[in-house]
Design a protein around this ligand. Structure first.
Ligand code: NDP
Length: 489
């Protein structure tokens, strides 16, 4: 035994780590008291408004507009004018310049945006700083690159823009979803009316500043805020296309509304992804992947690995490692750089998570939550694992959209595939194994739009994202993400 090993043997294992807080300053963001709608490059005084809050403290942040039907129509007409009077005729290389500018300004102002995203949405600053912001800028850079190459992207097909794209986005990745929607629409030569989610409008409103800084022609991008009524008005308006990300229920309602109108539609809806761990997987890495899969962004992720499928022979070590790891997650102030799990986005979402968790206990699953002290104000939920879960339980079937993992087991790859595919959704899946051949065969058999192997929740603008069945249709990202914004002669 070496001297070092002898010392390590005697050293007590620390029972807990105390960190000093490391808060990011919120001074970098200056908010106005009141925001209107951004139409034609100007702020339009809203007829109605509501207050948007910080979900970690329940403190009001600003007043924002609740768009009326007339305000939405005005935004659409303004976007149509901008489309007809210049934007659609602009050479792709000119459109690209604006997209590059937007990307660079987002990079320059990334700290400000990251703080605002955490403030209004509740996500940890580490994630908004290291994931949301770099990826948002990367989307604009990526699609800027395509703007002058559409003829090469779709050879012999003569692409042309559609007109006005109506875009409706959710609250889990407010700026990133905006980037996923606006960047390809502009690269393809369309103009945009975008409605952010009711609870997280502020980064979209700050983005209007970026549009002005980039000198994007007025009316090319218009932002109207408000709740589902504003979204419904946008769906009914005279747009050429709707791009929607959100719940399956609202997605279906939009599909019904648009049926027969000839308007184009892409839907990116919910998910209930299986994260499948085989017994030959590197367990410590797999446990990190499980944690990243479900507790990233408080589990408010459509592609979250919310169903863990563990091969029976490794069930015990995986669950005990997972429980130990859960004990190290820090839940709390989203602006603290040490925080792993931030605030739940809204009271409504917290109620939904609590209701589903109660159903899991009532149906007979075993709940595990690490000891954890939650802040008194704000919306919080302790990272949770359910074992003894039957496939029929609601927590194994329904999208919880919170930091709650349901664990199931399997013996053979066939059983894993059958259980993984036993869901109305089909957005994403994860596979953990050291065998390349098994990865390929699982990827072929799992009914999911995105499959990660020995990793989870990895995104790249060049890689298409989207689902099957109740997870929607159409792809965002990559070349595939341009196609829904184009017509072809
Ligand atoms: P919604 O589908 O209601 O929200 C998504 C967006 O659509 C928001 O901007 C919303 O506005 C808008 N919207 C709401 N109703 C309509 C309508 N009738 N017509 C047009 N647009 C509309 O999701 P929720 O925020 O209510 O979340 C409910 C559940 O949906 C979550 O618990 C989660 O399971 C799932 N979800 C899935 C997401 C995903 O990425 N796949 C994202 C968000 C939620 P407003 O914000 O004002 O309601």
């Amino acid at each position: 035994m070496t001297e070092l090993e002898r010392k390590q043997d005697r050293a007590p294992i620390p029972s807990g780590w105390e960190y000093a807080t490391a808060p990011e300053s919120r001074e970098i963001v200056s908010l106005r008291e009141r925001y209107g709608h951004f139409v034609g490059g100007e702020w339009l005084e809203p007829a109605e408004s509501y207050q948007t809050i910080d979900p970690a403290s329940e403190e009001p942040l600003a007043e924002v507009g609740q768009a009326t039907d007339e305000e939405v129509q005005l935004a659409v007409r303004t976007a149509q004018d901008a489309f007809e009077n210049g934007w659609s005729a602009l050479p792709g290389s000119e459109r690209a310049k604006y997209l590059y500018r937007i990307a660079r300004i987002l990079q320059e102002r990334s700290r400000e945006f990251a703080v605002l995203e955490s403030l209004n949405g509740g996500k940890p600053i580490r994630e908004s700083r290291d994931v949301d912001l770099p990826l948002s800028a990367a989307h604009f850079f990526y699609y800027a690159g395509w703007a002058d190459k559409l003829e090469y992207a779709f050879p012999n097909r003569k692409p042309r823009p559609l007109g006005v794209a109506g875009q409706i986005i959710p609250w889990n990745f407010p700026l990133l979803m905006l980037a996923w929607k606006i960047a390809p629409a502009l690269a393809a030569g369309n103009t945009v009316v975008l409605k952010p989610a009711e609870t997280t409008p502020l980064s979209a409103l700050l983005f209007c500043d970026v549009l002005r800084q980039a000198e994007l022609p007025p009316g090319v991008v218009n932002i109207v805020t408000g709740d589902g009524r504003a979204g419904a008005a946008l769906v009914k308006s005279d747009v050429a296309k709707i791009a929607f990300t959100g719940s399956t229920e609202v997605g279906k309602a939009i599909q019904r509304e648009l049926a027969g109108t000839g308007k184009k539609l892409t839907l990116e809806l919910g998910g209930k992804a299986a994260n499948v761990i085989f017994d030959d997987a590197a367990l410590d890495q797999a446990v990190e992947g499980i944690v990243n899969g479900i507790y990233f962004n408080q589990g408010h992720v459509c592609c979250a690995g919310s169903r863990l499928l563990v091969q029976e022979s490794i069930y015990e070590p995986v669950i005990s490692k997972l429980k130990r790891r859960l004990g190290t997650l820090r839940v709390g102030d989203p602006l603290d750089k040490n925080t792993d799990v931030g605030a739940i986005n809204s009271r409504q979402q917290l109620d939904k998570i609590q209701e589903l968790v109660r159903s899991g206990e009532e149906e007979g699953a075993e709940i595990y939550q690490p000891p954890c002290r939650l802040p008194e104000k704000g919306y919080w939920f302790v990272p949770t694992v359910f074992t003894n879960v039957a496939q029929s339980y609601r927590i194994a079937q329904e999208e919880i959209f919170g930091p709650v993992l349901s664990v199931l087991t399997f013996r053979t790859p066939d059983e894993a595939v059958e259980k993984a595919n036993n869901t109305p959704y089909g957005l994403s899946a994860g596979v953990w194994t050291e065998k390349g051949s098994r990865i390929l065969s699982m990827a072929q058999r799992l009914r999911a739009g995105v499959i990660w192997a020995n990793t989870y929740n990895r995104f790249d603008p060049s890689s298409p994202f989207g689902g099957y069945r109740e997870s929607g249709f159409g792809r965002e990202g990559g070349l595939h993400g341009l196609e829904p914004y184009l017509d072809f002669e």
